[in-house]
Design a binder for this molecule. Sequence first.
Ligand code: ADP
Ligand code: ZN
Length: 520
Amino acid sequence: MSSRPAHDLLSRIFGYDEFRGPQQAIVEHVAAGNDALVLMPTGGGKSLCYQVPSLLRDGTGIVISPLIALMQDQVEALRQLGVRAEYLNSTLDGETAARVERELLAGELDMLYVAPERLLTGRFLSLLSRSRIALFAIDEAHCVSQWGHDFRPEYRQLTVLHERWPDVPRIALTATADPPTQREIAERLDLTNAQHFVSSFDRPNIRYTVVQKDNAKRQLLDFLKVHRQEAGIVYCMSRRKVEETAEFLCKEGMNALPYHAGLPAEVRAANQRRFLREDGIVMCATIAFGMGIDKPDVRFVAHTDLPKSMEGYYQETGRAGRDGEPAEAWLCYGLGDVVLLKQMIEQSEAGEDRKTLERSKLDHLLGYCESMQCRRQVLLAGFGETYPQPCGNCDNCLLPPDAWDASVAAQKALSCVYRSGQRFGVGHLIDILRGGDNEKVRQFGHTELSTYGIGKDLDARSWRSVFRQLVASSLLEVDSSAYGGLRLTDGSREVLKGQRKVMMRRETPKAARERDRSGQ
Ligand code: ADP
Ligand code: ZN
């Protein structure tokens, strides 16, 4: 049986009884000398997919990885299993690097991990051409995607491997789930003819929850109370907010640490180490934190701001529950987040194509946030995967939201936008609707508008929710100016004419009760 040697190796060296999911098919495919593109969620077991074939084939398996820390961990782990593994990156002194190079040439290495910039040097390529290579593994292959936040320009040049060593199999791996990025990886790495192995991206043990932001700090605190003494990550949009949040949580008696690219390298490394080694640390971080962090018992990932895309959200939340035990992904978002992200796209210098792509990415994310359907279904649908039944493990499944017919409220809101000249932000619009009597309302003569005071039936918070949902579903658009004024869209005209019904999500009764109790 062809799988025999692979299987023997798996149990003899790695101590596992069985391959998991598609691992065996991938291993056999690559060991037989074929190219593969592997899409597997974090924790799915990508490493074995190239480690086993590296050992099965003659020569050294060359693993290209952008993550220096991870490289060292993996090499360390392999050595403990008796595998002759080494790495080459900027942290090595010249003497050690020279020894590793000699061992490569002498055929004494099973595997060699190398950073892409190192691999691409003329010196290293020439070394490779004098060595025997079992395979090339390109880890974190989404780094080749220009539009992802992990873009590494050197990844673009990795096609040189195929040009110079057409007979050496290549295996590219990523936990990136969205189809456009997958296509881009295949094209950029010259892997369109490779077999693609796509695993399900579902992470059944992660419970997804989205809450409407009204007092983010208190909401975060309430969420963390459920996770006392547990390790988790709190993602924030900016460095400043990372520090504020960490400080705030410490004051509240929690073991919180900050992490962002603006901190000195020693502080970052120390905080990361504590997160990995100690129990119950809450890491407050920007998205600079997390890639390659292999901590199995992260029990929650909280976002206090809207992430940039669904793909990013999936990656970030994927760091929770790698051990398979229950974990939570919690997202707190509000109108301000939507306005900010929409403005960032409109104001960016990017070309129209790129903006169109970013808009559609943001819409997918907003669709997820506003959905009244099972979150998992929405999440996976965006990655081209159908999840047949509601999952029973997300907020919408566990506590189904109320929907209400908001057509009349939407008409009031939209006509208020129209009457006031399509240039004001939400705060002012709500003042008009609720018949507020303040300086700005009087100054613009807005007490005279026909929409003045027609919205007293809803409180300000409910109006904010109405406006947020209108913006999220593109029934209103955000001005690209700095003021965030709102304008009508083609869709809003249909609503105004009564041609389109608008159903909205009512914040859950439970959430409302909690808020009332706290007097917010
Ligand atoms: P990824 O790189 O996809 O995030 P890893 O390769 O780090 O995942 O594997 C995740 C965890 O699963 C590791 O602890 C690994 O040892 C374990 N694992 C992988 N394959 C198997 C298997 N066939 N049997 C048991 N454990 C496995
Ligand atoms: Zn669900």
